[in-house]
Write a new protein. Structure first.
Length: 94
């Protein structure tokens, strides 16, 4: 389970604290919510080629920001240590 922040622009943001299951496979990212929320949120599969990742500096620590080609305005933020493809980060790893 991972803690992820999802949002469009600066606000509004949705914080999924330890409710998302993320699996970084060789060529895709699979995102599934906790079993209690699956009835309303189906799994999401994003091809690795569609993801652009950057290292961003937050108030207290650095984090990985992912954006997709489908909608670049929506970003996923997660701790760098949880990002499964550190070689794809443009700013290096922590």
């Amino acid at each position: 389970m991972r803690t992820v922040t999802l949002g469009r622009g600066r606000f509004p943001r949705v914080h999924y604290r330890n409710t998302l299951w993320m699996r970084f496979d060789e060529d895709r990212l699979l995102i599934r919510p906790h079993v209690l929320f699956r009835w309303a949120h189906p799994p999401l599969i994003i091809p690795r080629a569609e993801i652009e990742a950057h290292v961003r500096k937050g108030l207290l620590r650095r984090f990985a920001e992912m954006k997709t080609a489908a909608d670049p305005a929506i970003g996923f933020h997660l701790p760098i240590r949880h990002y499964g493809w550190p070689e794809d980060l443009d700013g290096g790893t922590a």
